[in-house]
Ligand binder design. Sequence first.
Ligand code: HEC
Length: 132
Amino acid sequence: MKQIQTILCLLALTPILLSFQQDDELKTSMVRGKEIFIANCVTCHMQNGEGIEGVYPPLAKSDYLMSDKVRAIKQVLEGASGPMTVNGIQYNGFMAGFDLSDREVSDVLNYIKNSWGNKSEAITPEEVKSVR
Ligand code: HEC
């Protein structure tokens, strides 16, 4: 009887333990992503992700960034240019693509999509690979 109780208890805990593990993966990905952000993105999008209004769009609370995951992956890989509206402000600039690995792209996106008030599910290197 005790054994059955233990097994049932472990079964009940599994989803909780798995969600802790996922949180951990996101956190370590964000730690790596912060380094990549500082090395590649901070000069334009700024340390606090606020960018420069009218010139470099914000990543912090960016409606544009948060609304389309595949587009965000593509923009880090291939760059972005042409008109876009971010949080109601028009931009028409140019950003070159980045020569980063699948994991680096997922790490930097996990950092920017979960910092400065942003919150979203983790992006995996496999997702980046499928968009590339
Ligand atoms: C040389 C300046 C510069 C650097 C460095 C740069 N960006 Fe950008 N980024 C821009 C500009 C300019 C745009 C808007 C392009 C347009 O108007 O079409 C943009 C747009 C974006 C967007 C979509 C708009 C938004 O704000 O949601 C994302 C996401 C983004 N950049 C992420 C990054 C990431 C991640 C890095 C680093 C890997 C990076 N950028 C590095 C200049 C830069």
